[in-house]
Design a protein around this ligand. Sequence first.
Ligand code: ADP
Ligand code: MG
Ligand code: ZN
Length: 626
Amino acid sequence: MPIRKDDTPPNRRFGIVNLVLIGFGVLLLVSSFLPNQGMQQVPRVPYSLFVSQVDDGNVRRAYITQEQIRYELKEAPAEGAPSVLATTPIFDMDLPKRLEEHGVEFAAAPPQKPSFITTALSWIVPPLIFILVLQFFARRSMGGAQGALSFTKSKAKVYVPDEESRVTFADVAGVDEAKQELTEIVDFLKTPERYTAIGARIPKGVLLVGPPGTGKTLLSKAVAGEAGVPFFIISGSEFVELFVGAGAARVRDLFEEAKKKAPCIIFIDELDAIGKSRAGSMGVVGGNDEREQTLNQLLTEMDGFAAKDKPVIVLAATNQPETLDAALLRPGRFDRQVLVDRPDLSGRKTILDIYARKVKLAPGVDLDKIAQATSGFAGADLANLVNEGALLAARSKRTSVEQGDLNEAIERVVAGLEKKSRVLQPDEKKVVAYHEVGHAIVGHLMPGGSKVAKISIVPRGMAALGYTLQLPTEERFLNSKEDLEGQIATLLGGRSAEEIVFGAVTTGAANDLQRATDIAEQMVGTYGMSDVLGPLAYDKQGGSRFLGGGNNPRRVVSDATAQAIDKEVRTLVDRAHDRALSILNHNRELLESISQQILEKEVIEGDDLKDLLASSVMPEEAVAIA
Ligand code: ADP
Ligand code: MG
Ligand code: ZN
């Protein structure tokens, strides 16, 4: 086969050649039709030569236009030389006189009038271009995308789950309480009549609160998937724009759309972007007007709609509930708050199960072990972990994911998380365990209307590494002196346990001490519970909360009284501390055994906890301290 250098297919080459030829043809044609004022090639001569030829009487006639003067000689200077010449005119007022003197026949071209077509074009084309440009923008903005005129349109996307990508509650694990709450919402949407018939008010707003990656967005999609209603999804940041007022207009637009499609769900992700507390953002320079307007519009819209059988439910998610404006949390708005927290051990196991189903696991992989090693992981971290494991397996050309891959994946994910300080080292975890059990045992033995309901060492939020939950057993409006003393002792139980077991204290108790001291100060200063200082209120109530921070200013007292108050507060806290120490020393074995259990399970609650705490005993000496 012959080697062809030119690889262009022949017919395409033909096409190109043709095009070029046609182009040329058109050019030629056009140029031949162009108005030409006898533009055949005429030799040009200097003006001075023309003048001297006129003076010599050798010019028969001249034709004068603005561009040139063409003239004909009476006789050519030589045989065969052209007798028609041209020259470029210069501004010469004497020319007509000179031509006349020498008997030259001359004429000038009429002034060029713009043709009708030129006139028409100059009137029609500019407006036409203008209209076209306008139409271009208008069409883009109607397309809904990011057109220049579309900034007042809400950018909410209607999320329509197809059968394959439909998310249901089965895809979300480890957040059972949240699921339960939202199941009710789904029920509302499916059969609103059942609720309205009794006269129950359907909630308007549900706020999902929890750390990043715990499945808030996923849960809300699951609600949409389960309820089978239209689902508008938009991120809070998409409301906030450069143009003041655009956000508010978008909110209006969004709710208008939603009302047309009711019953439906509006999901506002990252609500904090618009819902930041107005008081809290005072320091920021400028730029808040827009957010405030958007927020106000949102509040107005939420107050506005109340169609009974056509509910529009607003779901929102945030990981900074503490920054939200209080107005958002009022009844009739986001009055339901659902905590979506990091999963505990069994929750992590179920999440791992979900994601392990999507990869090929080698036989004998123990997901329980993985779940145990991933305390503090959120759902997204676990999904990420399984995927990392699969990547590692694929990299070493194995066909299934082995335990080793997953273990290595944990390390990788942890390395990422440690930067965000969300994972406890094993020795830290031990300290947290004893600390929390210390709270629980002391709390259980103290008088007052509350019982210890749950101990957890799953890190929560940014500050709390673990927590002990005390629930009131009866509704109480008054606390006795003994109750408050018990609360202080319970708060000090965590630190006391650390002292007893490790002989050292950590920074983990800072918040406990703060609260314990606050209670002691109030006992002395506000409630007059001190025998030494008597029933006087040393605190001034009702000082400005905004200027002074939290604490009430003290009434004007003598130095001696001030010292006495300080001493009394100190005594209260010290006594509670002694009490906690004595209780924990006395129940040392129980402290040990519960701590070991919680290190394994991470969470102990309900009857298990009740049974464990039932064997604690109140030492005689602790009663005496009180
Ligand atoms: P959030 O909105 O709370 O920040 P997302 O819902 O966006 O978190 O979660 C990100 C991803 O992590 C989800 O798409 C899902 O794959 C996974 N994920 C998070 N939490 C869970 C959970 N509880 N159960 C199953 N998967 C989860
Ligand atoms: Mg999210
Ligand atoms: Zn504590």
